[in-house]
Write a protein that binds this ligand. Structure first.
Ligand code: MCN
Ligand code: FES
Ligand code: FES
Length: 911
């Protein structure tokens, strides 16, 4: 230990520190300056960037020994206050840069140093600077961040006033505006505590947990020896499956009765078997995280290694044993049977094409590692706070496994630094619940990035086969498919996911006859979790590549082939599930894109050289807003002395549940003169908010939006007087009129898809998007760069413009990663953000054009659809189509890494 004097945020401080500790740890744990975030912990993400003696420093990898005496340190807490924001902080709010907000302090501090040294940077200089300082953002697609720095620079140069940056409501409705989200101020000032930050501030008797995790992918457990670990310093107790009071299973809540499993296949703590790498075998509770982690290393597990099936074909092999004895490895099948038998039609079709594609095990790569804590609240409830994006859903999934009465379990969502769907599955919730119950003390569990990557769910790979038949004019006649979804060892939502290819392969096109079979396969690779787009990226990879292959065979422009075949009202076009789409909006979207496409073709042709070939690609993507069938949501509105309080459980990944809720309610309440700041939000606590359903399937804007709007309407109606004016709070009380209203919205117009044919009307509202990337391919190295991205989106009425822009930029950025770099196949290699191929600022184009078409949706609140998943439906086949357009090499497996593209180019040359 040494004494060190530091000037932190303008104040001289004397600290006793361990010279081996990182600067980030000292700032966070000793100073509680939690605006400095820990993402990767190894210098890859910039979340911990602070300023030290005028330089940007990644504080997680800066040892205290290297921090000079009297160093001048500035963290986000020292920059601006909510009352007096720095121009960068204001600009971050204006441009919607703080989606989840986890990366915001690091970016803002990095940008501050740039602007101190160069008040007039170019956009490219800003991008270079962020790239150099390793700043990663998984939510925004980077462009808004560059916009924000450019705007802040203008303020600092005195060209615009700080006050002019932010949109102000002025008594009008904020619907469709850029009104900043309520959480923005806290996010840009570093005051928005995430789970790991709150865990540091818990009471002294809090026990810190560490997991003993499997390092093999499939094994029988013969014994667990905790004796040595129990003697380690600080250890309070080691918990194994024997201590779990309940069923020790997380139930996957089987969605469809034709599923051959029972859904009780995922242990909270492994008892008989290890099913995948990372599975939790025991939990160590100790006084500090370091002690818990050290002790965890001493737990000995006696294993009988079994063959590990790391992909669907391996698990389907004839000699493969059942991963869950008693349940076949292929445990669910769904067939789309639409129209006439396809085989005779294919035989007569003038043109047929047939192809396979493979959609990868994309990792979510949220910058905030998974974390949570639990305690027993004053009402005796086990209270679990985590990144859950389905608090009521998870309540039902873990309650019996922990072994408590439902009313004794309370789930609360913490501020969440991005999930992109992985938190549709419970992660640490049940373990935290068991630990709090067994230990009767508060507990916390914080993953590091390695754990976050290796032991959270992933996008399920899709092995997709497709055949298309068309007549002499290119009119589609029939589609056949045969698909396998590798869903890892746990069945939760595997059947639902497998329903998606049944609903979305070929979606967007008028195809009267379909035979498409999809099956779910249990494997020992990472368990399948929801991931933005949920089944649509696998589906559109198949059909949107196939459309290009067909266009090539016919000798038609891929744009024209699509245009000819898209849904048209006059043709009575129906979806693959045989129902009318909510709106027919694709034709006009293509009309809008056509001139842009023509320009792009000329542009890429002009740019192409022998060394670097350029191309343009097209794909369409569609996704439903909701869970299948009569999905529903609930929200409450209550009049208070100061305004209105809205209660709902619209969980916030970072997408903007707060601004969504506020705008939905304000759009109604503005009639009675309420200002946005008079609307208070109480969200995401099973003890205080109604069940609004999970924030997945891009359902919330439609479902919870409708419920919230309804609750506000009910309140407004109750407040309305005969003369058209509105009662005050006191008048309502005096007249004994209830103050609180319950808005319940049910998609009664929907039906489940038949389990025999997949025919039905599963979604009330869809979102539509066209993708047009322009790429350059280095013919030597195979490296692909996306130079420009144009997209036409129809998400209905826009509720908040900045939010939707951000969803689209961020979703497409993830699509670029999906297409070109991201993977989690090799567990021994794909275990850091960088090695998993996360895109850095320079991997995403700054030349990004979003064109909106607004087709109001009959069942959407104010006519709105959702927006979260649309941008990640089909950007990746569009990129592969652009690579083909550039080079003639057809890539059908993602990611299209340079070596893959290079090999395809070489193969082409050799033909
Ligand atoms: N919205 C809008 N106008 C529309 C449509 C949507 O303003 N016409 C806004 C909504 O108010 C909401 C956002 O767009 O703030 C997304 O709405 P919606 O599509 O209904 O999606 P959900 O709120 O249900 O959020 C979930 C969705 C999914 S499924 C994933 S996965 C996802 C996503 O949103 N993960 C995200 N976006 C994400 N964004 C961030 N930053 N981080 C994640 O983890
Ligand atoms: Fe420090 Fe990622 S670079 S947390
Ligand atoms: Fe950047 Fe979420 S806002 S990671």
């Amino acid at each position: 230990m040494v004494k060190k004097s530091l000037i932190i945020n303008g104040i001289q401080q004397t600290l006793i520190i361990d010279e081996n500790a990182s600067l980030a740890d000292v700032l966070r744990k000793q100073m509680l300056l939690t605006g400095c975030k820990i993402g990767c912990g190894i210098g890859q993400c910039g979340a911990c960037n602070i300023i030290l003696d005028g330089k940007v420093v990644r504080s997680c990898v800066m040892k205290m020994a290297r921090v000079p005496e009297d160093a001048v340190i500035m963290t986000i807490e020292g920059l601006g206050t909510p009352e007096n924001l720095h121009p960068l902080q204001l600009a971050w709010m204006t441009f919607g840069c703080a989606q989840c907000g986890f990366c915001s302090p690091g970016f803002i501090m990095t940008a501050k140093v740039l602007l101190e040294n160069n008040q007039s940077p170019t956009r490219e200089e800003v991008r270079d600077w962020f790239q150099k300082n390793r700043n990663l953002c998984r939510c925004t697609g980077y462009k808004p961040l560059i916009d924000a720095v450019m705007a802040a620079a203008k303020v600092m140069r005195g060209e615009i006033k700080k006050e002019d940056l932010l949109f102000k409501a002025n008594g009008e409705s904020i619907l469709g505006t850029s009104y900043a989200r309520p959480s923005a101020v806290a996010k840009v000032t570093g005051k928005w505590d995430f789970g790991a930050d709150e865990a540091l501030k818990m009471p002294e008797n809090t026990l810190r947990l560490a997991l003993v995790q499997a390092e093999v992918s499939h094994a029988n457990i013969k014994g667990i020896d905790t004796s040595e670990a129990e003697k380690m310093p600080g250890v309070e107790r080691i918990i194994t499956y024997k201590d779990v009071p309940g069923k020790n299973r997380i139930t996957g809540l089987i969605t469809f009765p034709t599923n051959k499993g029972d859904g009780w296949d995922r242990p909270i703590l492994c008892d008989e078997k290890v099913f995948q790498f990372g599975d939790a075998i025991a939990v160590v509770a100790a006084d500090t995280e370091e002690h818990a982690r050290e002790a965890a290393k001493k737990v000995k597990v006696d294993l009988e290694i079994l063959p590990a099936y790391m992909s669907a074909p391996e698990a389907m092999a004839e000699d493969a044993i059942e991963i869950h004895p008693g349940t076949p490895n292929v445990y669910f099948e769904i067939n789309t049977i639409k129209g006439e038998e396809t085989a005779p039609i294919m035989e007569k079709a003038k043109y047929t094409i047939e192809m396979d594609s493979y959609s990868s095990r994309q990792p979510h790569l949220n910058i905030e590692p998974d974390c949570g804590y639990a305690y027993i609240d004053n009402d005796g409830r086990i209270t679990i706070q985590s990144k859950s994006i389905g608090i009521h859903l998870h309540h039902a999934m873990i309650c019996a496994g922990i072994g408590i009465e439902p009313e004794k379990l309370r789930l609360i969502q913490n501020h969440t630094g991005g999930t992109f769907g992985y938190k549709f599955s419970p992660t640490t919730e049940a373990i935290l619940g068991v630990a709090a119950l067994v230990l009767q003390k508060p507990v916390s569990l914080v993953f590091d990035m390695y754990q976050n990557i290796t032991y959270t769910g992933k996008r399920s790979p899709g092995f997709m086969h497709i055949k298309l038949g068309a007549d002499e004019n290119g009119k589609l006649l029939a589609l056949e498919g045969d698909n396998y979804i590798d869903h890892g060892p746990y069945s939760e939502f595997g059947d639902l996911l497998t329903m998606r290819p049944a609903q979305f392969v070929g979606a967007g096109y008028d195809i009267k006859n379909i035979r498409n079979k999809s099956q779910t396969v249990c494997t020992n690779h990472a368990y399948g979790a929801a991931f933005r787009g949920y089944g649509s990226p696998q589906s559109f990879l198949s059909s949107e590549l196939a459309m290009d292959v067909l266009a090539e065979k016919i000798g038609m422009d891929p744009f024209e082939l699509r245009y000819k075949n898209i849904y048209k009202e006059e043709l009575g076009s129906t979806t693959p599930t045989g129902c009318k789409p909510d709106v027919y909006c694709l034709e006009s979207m293509f009309d809008t894109l056509r001139p842009k496409y023509e320009e792009a073709k000329k542009r890429v042709a002009a740019k192409s050289t022998d060394q670097v070939k350029c191309g343009v690609g097209i794909a369409l993507g569609i996704y439903g807003c909701g869970l299948d069938g009569a999905d529903s949501s609930e929200a409450w509105a209550e009049l208070t002395k100061d305004g209105v309080t809205i209660y709902n459980a619209w969980e916030d990944h970072g997408q903007g549940a707060d601004i969504g809720t506020l705008t939905m309610a304000h759009g109604i309440l503005v009639e009675a003169g309420f200002k946005p700041e008079q609307i208070k939000l109480i969200m995401n606590d099973t003890a205080r908010t109604p069940n609004s359903g999970p924030a997945g399937g891009s359902r919330s804007n439609v479902m919870t939006g409708n419920a919230t709007k309804l609750a506000a309407e009910m309140l407004l109606n109750a407040m309305k007087k005969g003369d058209g004016t509105y009662r005050t709070y006191d008048e309502m009380l005096a007249e004994n009129i209830p103050l609180k209203y319950d808005g319940k919205w049910v998609a009664t117009m929907c039906t489940d898809c038949s389990l025999e044919t997949a025919q039905g009307n599963p979604f009330s509202v869809y979102m539509y998007e066209l993708f047009m990337p322009e790429v350059s391919v280095n013919m030597e190295t195979g490296k692909v760069t996306v130079d420009k991205f144009t997209t036409v989106a129809d998400v209905g009425t826009i509720i908040n413009k900045t939010v939707v822009d951000g969803q689209i930029y961020g979703g497409i950025a993830q699509g670029i990663g999906l297409a070109l770099t991201e993977d989690f196949e090799d567990i021994s290699k794909h275990n850091t953000l960088a090695k998993c191929g996360i895109p850095y600022p320079k991997d995403i184009p700054d030349d990004f054009e979003i064109i909106y078409q607004v087709t109001p949706r009959p069942y959407g609140p104010y006519g709105a659809a959702g927006s979260g998943e649309g941008p990640l439906t089909a950007p990746h086949p569009a990129i592969l189509n652009a690579i083909f357009n550039a080079t003639g090499a057809r890539i059908t497996k993602i990611p299209a890494l340079p070596e893959v593209v290079k090999a395809a180019i070489e193969e082409l040359k050799s033909k």
